[in-house]
Every structure is written in C-alpha cells, then in structure tokens.
Design a protein around this ligand. Structure first.
Ligand SMILES: *[C@@H]1O[C@H](CO)[C@@H](O)[C@H](O)[C@H]1NC(C)=O
Ligand SMILES: CC(=O)N[C@H]1CO[C@H](CO)[C@@H](O)[C@@H]1O
Length: 153
C-alpha cells in the first residue's frame, strides 16, 4: 500500500486538476455572497480584505453556478442590487461572465473577473461597459472576482 497510494494520488490529481473560484473583497465594506445552483448556499460574509473560495464545480441540474453578491446582508432576499459572477465548466474549460440584476451594487467601484491566462472582465466603475462579458479559461485555473473600494482603469 505504501507504494500504491502515492501513485494513485498522483493519478487522481492529474485527472481531476480543477481550479477554484475566489471572491476577494478589496473594498472597505463587507460584502455578502451566495453560491447558487439548483440550490442556494448559505450567506457568506466577506469582510474587507477577506476571501470566499469554492472549487469550480458543476451542478447536475442547473449545470452552471451563479455567485451572487450584494452590499447588504440578506440582500439576496430583499430585492437589493446583485452582482452576478456566473461560471460553467465545459470539459477542460470554464466559461464565466459578469452581470447585475435589480441595479448595480458596486456602481462607482471597480469590479473585475480575472484568471491566470484566460480572459478578463473589467468594469472600471462597477457598471457594465458593454460588449461581450463572457470569457473563458482553462478549468484548472483559479478564477477571481474582485471588488475594489474605488473606481479604476
Ligand atoms: C486592493 O486595492 C488597492 C487600491 O485600492 C490596490 O493598490 C491593491 O493592489 C489591491 N489589492 C489587490 C490584491 O488587488
Ligand atoms: C480603495 C480601498 O478601499 N481599498 C481598501 C481595500 O481593502 C484593503 C484591505 O482591507 C484596505 O486596506 C484598502 O484601504
């Protein structure tokens, strides 16, 4: 067993290498995050400088995952503006996009979705700048959503 286990682990790692999705709060106020698929995950409070992370995954029923973010606690249930960072794994790739509903919670603040080598989505002032907001990366990469405290380029 001593010799078998490391090789099994190496095999499993090479087959299932998968990135994470991370929500980084680089603003000065807390943000509230829910991971929504066919079910709604618990509210995650991400303080200034804090991080929420989940492995990139698929949902058997909804397929894609929507990370919904508000500035107010409970905002998902009270009709507050939501930032939606959605992603969907397609074999070796992960597609992601950025949108809002009920208004733009981070109007006046830079928001972005980035990965190591995939496309970047940048909203310098927290408003949809127009054009395609759908990008793709290899699904073994980490995909980051970041909100800043101020506008940026
Ligand atoms: C956080 O935001 C500040 C500016 O507000 C910037 O200088 C810094 O690089 C950002 N940190 C990260 C990790 O993006
Ligand atoms: C512009 C802004 O609000 N930046 C803040 C981002 O978060 C860091 C860490 O908490 C703060 O130090 C910055 O002031």
């Amino acid at each position: 067993m001593r010799f078998v286990i490391p090789s099994l682990l190496a095999f499993a790692t090479s087959v299932t290498a998968i990135g994470n999705t991370l929500v980084f709060n680089n603003s000065t106020s807390p943000i509230y995050v829910w991971s929504v698929s066919s079910t709604v995950g618990p509210q995650q409070t991400v303080v200034s400088g804090g991080l929420y992370m989940e492995p990139l995954h698929r949902d058997e029923n909804s397929g894609g995952i929507a990370i919904k973010i508000t500035k107010k606690a409970g905002g998902l249930y009270s009709g507050d503006p939501q930032q939606i960072f959605a992603y969907s794994i397609d074999n070796a790739q992960v597609w992601y996009d950025l949108s809002t509903v009920f208004g733009e919670p981070f109007a006046g603040q830079r928001v972005e979705v980035t990965s190591d080598t995939g496309g970047s989505i940048i909203w310098p002032k927290g408003s949809n700048p127009g054009g395609s907001q759908v990008k793709v990366a290899s699904s073994d990469e980490n995909v980051w959503f970041t909100v800043y405290g101020a506008p940026g380029v």
